[in-house]
Design a protein around this ligand. Structure first.
Ligand code: DAH
Length: 330
């Protein structure tokens, strides 16, 4: 029966060994044929014949199992090699995104004030006349209302024209001393190179007992903040007017494009106006029953900062969603 053993050992793959299996162990295979011969064998020889046949069968089976296992492992190894995925060659083919310049600038502004322990508060985009105007010392028919090109809704409410109304909501809900900022969208009927009907502001308000907050505090935090945002700039305060602050100041930085020499961007003045600020007007404190308190406030135009930081010429382009523009900020 050497011949059968060789057939098993010489099988080269799973297909061949399967054919050998059928040939040897199948229903009509060599072993079945041998066992069938039993009935023709004289009785006294039957026992030995059967015994030998069973030994043969067991040996062949053992040999078969070992060979099959060996061929299976070989097959597995080969398949794994052929179908292997080279993980190190994987390359992401898509485009990566980037923060919109307005979000980028907004995040940077918020990061600064959070690091200075300011709380972040938000308010509604649709405001009533009291919060957007009256409580901020802008009574009806006050000429200063003209400064803000308001969107009026049919129900008498307005789209907030600034984030200052959140000051009022925050003061009604909390007790001083506190430091807060309020970032968010605001709306005005305005559209040109540097204005869009929707834009973003960050309002800041610091309130404590009288004599605990001063104009000097306001000045020092703004100088620090503006240098954080724009690098090594000079900062100047110009007397100005806002209904909700007294005294009020507009804040300029030395032009970041010409370093104060004078250029087209700064209209040859050497200065760029960046925000409005002041000490909270006593009339505002009166509206929220905060008599005896002192505080300062300022309002930052986020798009104005983004335009300066990223040197964007036309603000409207930021809101058109043109992917070619946004790709430049990756
Ligand atoms: N609310 C003003 C605006 O939208 C910005 C502003 C100016 C806010 C001076 C202030 C401030 O808190 O003190 O034009």
């Amino acid at each position: 029966m050497k011949e059968l053993e060789e057939k098993i050992s010489n099988s080269k793959n799973l297909k061949e060994i399967e054919e050998v299996r059928i040939e040897i162990f199948g229903k009509k295979g060599v072993l079945a044929t041998q066992f069938a011969k039993m009935k023709d064998i004289p009785n006294e020889e039957k026992k030995d014949f059967a015994k030998n046949l069973n030994i043969l069968k067991a040996n062949l089976q053992k040999l078969f199992e070992l060979k099959k296992e060996e061929l299976y492992l070989k097959h597995l190894e080969q398949t794994l090699k052929e179908k292997a995925v080279d993980v190190s060659s994987f390359k992401y083919q898509g485009e990566s995104g980037a923060l919109h310049p307005v979000n980028f600038t907004m995040d940077r502004i918020i990061d600064y004030f959070v690091s200075m322990n300011f709380e972040v508060a938000e308010g509604p985009l649709v405001e009533d006349d009291f919060h957007n105007f009256q409580a901020l010392n802008l009574p009806e028919y006050h000429p200063a209302r003209e400064m803000q090109d308001t969107f009026y809704l049919d129900n008498g409410l307005v789209l907030r024209t600034h984030t200052s109304p959140v000051q009022i909501r925050y003061m009604k809900k909390n007790r001083p001393p506190f430091k807060m900022i309020s970032p968010g969208a605001v709306f005005r009927k305005d559209m040109d190179l540097t204005h869009t009907p929707m834009f973003h502001q960050v309002e800041a308000l610091v309130v404590a007992k009288e004599a605990e907050v001063s104009f000097a505090n306001l000045k020092s935090i703004l100088v620090d903040f503006l240098r954080y945002m724009f690098g090594d700039v000079n900062v100047r305060f110009r007397p100005s007017f806002f209904p909700f602050t007294e005294p009020s100041a507009e804040v300029d930085i030395s032009c970041i494009f010409c370093k104060g020499e004078g250029c087209r961007v700064c209209s040859h003045t050497g200065w760029l106006e960046v925000l409005g600020s002041g000490m909270v007007d006593p009339n505002v404190f009166k509206a929220v029953e905060y008599e005896g308190m002192s505080g300062y406030a300022f309002g930052i135009g986020v798009e104005r900062f983004a335009m300066l930081i990223h040197r964007i010429g036309d603000l409207r382009s930021l809101f058109e969603g043109d992917i070619r523009l946004l790709e430049q900020f990756r």
